[in-house]
Design a protein around this ligand. Sequence first.
Ligand SMILES: NC(=O)c1ccc[n+]([C@@H]2O[C@H](COP(=O)([O-])OP(=O)(O)OC[C@H]3O[C@@H](n4cnc5c(N)ncnc54)[C@H](OP(=O)(O)O)[C@@H]3O)[C@@H](O)[C@H]2O)c1
Length: 240
Amino acid sequence: MTAPPLAGRSALVTGASRGIGAATARSLAALGARVVVTARTKDALEALARSLPHEAVAIAADLAAPAAATELSAQVHGALGGPPDIVVHAAGTFPLSPVESLADAELDAALALHVAFPIRMVRALMPGFRARGSGHFVMIGSVADRIVFPGNAAYAASKHGLRAAHEAVRAESRGSGVRTTLISPAATDTAIWDPHHPDLSPTLPSRAEMLRDGDVADAVCWAVTRPAHVNVEEVRLARS
Ligand SMILES: NC(=O)c1ccc[n+]([C@@H]2O[C@H](COP(=O)([O-])OP(=O)(O)OC[C@H]3O[C@@H](n4cnc5c(N)ncnc54)[C@H](OP(=O)(O)O)[C@@H]3O)[C@@H](O)[C@H]2O)c1
């Protein structure tokens, strides 16, 4: 019998308490990976970890905190005995406000989760990846990392920042064996839309028109299961 493609590999998935992160954690585990899942909601993480086919680790953390990446990296090294093979950063937030009514908390959370945390996470994990000569960072961007819609200042600015950070990391790690993938989905039917009631809005896509969280998870799984010499630099997902 052939081993599943990620047997013996490990993955850290942020934003794994629901939505795209949870779907990705389930899909990576189904391919054989040992998964570490993180977000703030401990109960959801533990329920997910219990449901996975391999022993999984749940770490509750607020990734918007400045020390979160360093602390999480240490916990992940402790749990796995070394750096993970794959990191999928799916934790995020979706402020939808014109600049004039944007709250500081919305702006701060978007910048912390989409820009500062992923940079700090790469900073914390890259030395181990370089020493091993392998490792794969997958960042969940957005259509808003290249297209700007009204009401999207904090979200689009932070996702453009994530794209820029990703490009810098890719340039800095070229030739090291470390891979970096930016996956940029269009609207996807998850709880991130709940505060905005898309089915009641004439300017937002309806939930039926959106991608599914499993579509994004499939793209992650495809990127991380390419041969080691192939780096999928970017994937754009749109509704056909
Ligand atoms: N859904 C879409 O239309 C869409 C489209 C393009 C890109 N994306 C991106 O995909 C990613 C996942 O979004 P989603 O749709 O799956 O949203 P979601 O269902 O709301 O999930 C967001 C995840 O991020 C976690 N999170 C939020 N704030 C956090 C914090 N301060 N610390 C730690 N974890 C935090 C949440 O967990 P806790 O609340 O438990 O902390 C949750 O697990 C985001 O980066 C989003 O921008 C989404």
